[in-house]
Every structure is written in structure tokens, then in C-alpha cells.
Design a protein around this ligand. Structure first.
Ligand code: ATP
Length: 319
């Protein structure tokens, strides 16, 4: 393979730049030309790309976001868009494509693979909601950001004898919530995976009050939402002044942690090796610390399990 393209698609995630760097440097070692395609599949449709050399990816391993920009591209969901993208690849001599993104981006990569452009996908999302892999690039950084912010919130929550209801990201997955919840000693954690009622939260706060605790952190996952309502109900029932804080997109930014940089480097390297060996329609991930890869359709049909044991431990020790 002489020339490949790389793009970042869907929501950004810290570590995408480290993966772009790894892909570029590995491909250059194999003597390939690397094209950085801007703004996801839009750049493929419009031919918006730039050649990446060794120094194009200097000084980015420590940066959040993506130097290639990212976007959603509705046109790519339809045959006309896919054909335009394929035509761009043929015109530019791009023989293989590496796609960084979430499961929507994987569907796009599978569609393009089926039309004769070999694609390998790398899971990048802070939500860690991709079933075929234990880990997605950006997850560790997002959790650490959320943890640091909740720690700061705890200081003021403690000083004022308050309760803080903190909403963390993760969309419909509660992985960020359960991990940051246990790491910050949250009194309760609400996620979509575990049935809950606000009355349970109130009862837990009241029980904890009897042991002399005066401040409370309640971590709520994005999918549950309603943080303001939950805060209001807690305040009304317990008399504890309660504030809701939605951490929001700050969790998507920042310098990637060691784990995100290392995994991004491993997966980026592996993606190029797979393309170079003639593989197509694959997605790479990790299992028990090893790098694995699956057919994209097979990966998309898998179901992710939730960390129920971790949740139980959090409930056992944080009160
Ligand atoms: P995140 O998890 O951050 O949302 P994602 O990759 O799942 O990332 P999506 O918006 O679902 O984000 O998908 C990104 C892009 O992938 C879409 O804008 C579209 O261009 C392409 N895509 C999504 N679904 C399909 C599909 N079924 N067929 C072709 N392309 C698709």
C-alpha cells in the first residue's frame, strides 16, 4: 500500500492527536504517503486534505482535540455521498483509510470498505461505550478531568454543608459515572444501567446524616439527566441545601493522560499494520490489555456489559 488517508469523525476525544501521530509515523516508516483528511467524512467527500509528514505531527501528542478537526456528515449516510468519497479516494490515489471515531463512524467505515476502499477503525470516545473493546481513547482523560472537577466541588460542598448533584458525560453509558463516583467517594451514583429512584437517594442521604456526615456528592450520568429536578427533590426532602452542577464539554478537552497516549499509540500503530497486510473492514480494540481486532459488522452487533461489581463496591463503601 502506497498511500493512505486518516480522518477523525464524530465527537472529539483526548488522545486522537496521539493516534494521528502514531498512524502517520508508522505509515511513513513503511514508505507510505499519508493524507490527513479534514472534518471527518466531509473532507473525504469534498477532497479537503493535507499531506502529513514526520514534522506535521510534531508537538501534538500532548494536545487534546484533533488537528484534523472533526464533524458529523449526513451526506455520507447515503449512496451518493459514499460514491463521492470513493471517487475522491480514487482521484487522490488513497488505497486505504483509517477512521478515528465512535460506532457511527465505524458504520461509515464499513460502508466505504464494502465499496472497495479498505478501512480500519479506531475507537475514540470519552464514553467508553463501544462493545468490542474494553477501552476507548479519551476515556481515561475524561474520567480524570471529571474527578478533579468533582474534588474541587467537594471542597465547597463540604465548607457549606451542602449536597452537590453532579452530572457527568457518557451519553447512555454509565462508565464515567460509576468510576468517577467511586473515585470521589460519592454518596450515590445514578446510571441508566442500575434501576434507581430519587427516594433511594434521599433515604441514603438521611441514613448517612445520622452518622455525622453533613455534605454529599451525588454523581448522575448524562443519560439520567434531570439533575436540577433531582437536586430540588433532595433539598425539599432533607433540608440540605442542594446544587446541581453539569460538568459538560469540559470533560472532552485537555491534555491526554498516559493511558490515552499509550493506547492511542498502540492502536494507531496496529491500524497501519493491518491496512498494510491487506485487511479491510476491521476495528481495533483492547481485551485483557492485548490489542484485538474484529470485523466491523461483528463488532457493531456486540453488547457491552456494565461494571456492576464496581457499582456495588461504591455503594458499600461510600456513605
Ligand atoms: P460519537 O460516539 O462521539 O458520537 P460517532 O462516530 O458514533 O462518535 P456519529 O455522529 O454517530 O458519531 O457518526 C459520525 C459520522 O459517521 C456521521 O456523521 C456520518 O458521517 C457517519 N455515519 C454514521 N452512521 C452511518 C451509517 N449508518 N452509514 C454511513 N455513515 C455513517
Amino acid at each position: 500500500m502506497k498511500k493512505i488517508g486518516i480522518l477523525t469523525s464524530g465527537g472529539d476525544a483526548p488522545g486522537m492527536n496521539a493516534a494521528i501521530r502514531a498512524v502517520t509515523r508508522t505509515a511513513l516508516k513503511h514508505g507510505m504517503t499519508v493524507m490527513g483528511i479534514r472534518r471527518g467524512f466531509n473532507g473525504l467527500i469534498n477532497g479537503d486534505m493535507v499531506e502529513l509528514g514526520i514534522r506535521s505531527v510534531s508537538d501534538i501528542i500532548q494536545r487534546g482535540g484533533t488537528i484534523l478537526y472533526t464533524a458529523r456528515c449526513n451526506e455520507f449516510r447515503f449512496e451518493e455521498g459514499l460514491q463521492k468519497a470513493k471517487a475522491t479516494c480514487i482521484k487522490e490515489g488513497i488505497e486505504g483509510l483509517i477512521v478515528l471515531g465512535g460506532d457511527g463512524s465505524f458504520r461509515g467505515a464499513a460502508d466505504l470498505s464494502a465499496r472497495g476502499i479498505p478501512c480500519v477503525a479506531i475507537p475514540c470516545t470519552i464514553d467508553n461505550d463501544i462493545s468490542m473493546t474494553e477501552y476507548t481513547i479519551g476515556y481515561d482523560t475524561a474520567m480524570n478531568t471529571a474527578m478533579l472537577l468533582i474534588d474541587k466541588l467537594r471542597d465547597t460542598t463540604q465548607s457549606h454543608d451542602r449536597c452537590s448533584v453532579v452530572e457527568v458525560m457518557g451519553r447512555h453509558a454509565g462508565h464515567i459515572a460509576v468510576n468517577t463516583g467511586i473515585a470521589t467517594g460519592a454518596t450515590h451514583i445514578l446510571t441508566e444501567e442500575v434501576p434507581y429512584s430519587v427516594d433511594d437517594v434521599i433515604e441514603r442521604i438521611q441514613n448517612t446524616q445520622t452518622t455525622g456526615k453533613h455534605h454529599f456528592i451525588i454523581v448522575v450520568s448524562e443519560g439520567i439527566g434531570n439533575s436540577q429536578d433531582i437536586a430540588k427533590k433532595i433539598e425539599q426532602a432533607t433540608g440540605v441545601e442542594t446544587r446541581a452542577t453539569i460538568l459538560g464539554h469540559v470533560q472532552r478537552g485537555g491534555s491526554p493522560t498516559v493511558r490515552d497516549r499509550v493506547v492511542a499509540s498502540q492502536l494507531g500503530h496496529c491500524a497501519v499494520e493491518l491496512l498494510n497486510q491487506g485487511y479491510s473492514n476491521r476495528v481495533i480494540g483492547t481485551k485483557h490489555g492485548n490489542i484485538i481486532d474484529y470485523d466491523i459488522q461483528e463488532a457493531l452487533s456486540m453488547k457491552k456489559s456494565f461494571e456492576n461489581d464496581l457499582y456495588r463496591i461504591a455503594m458499600d463503601i461510600s456513605f
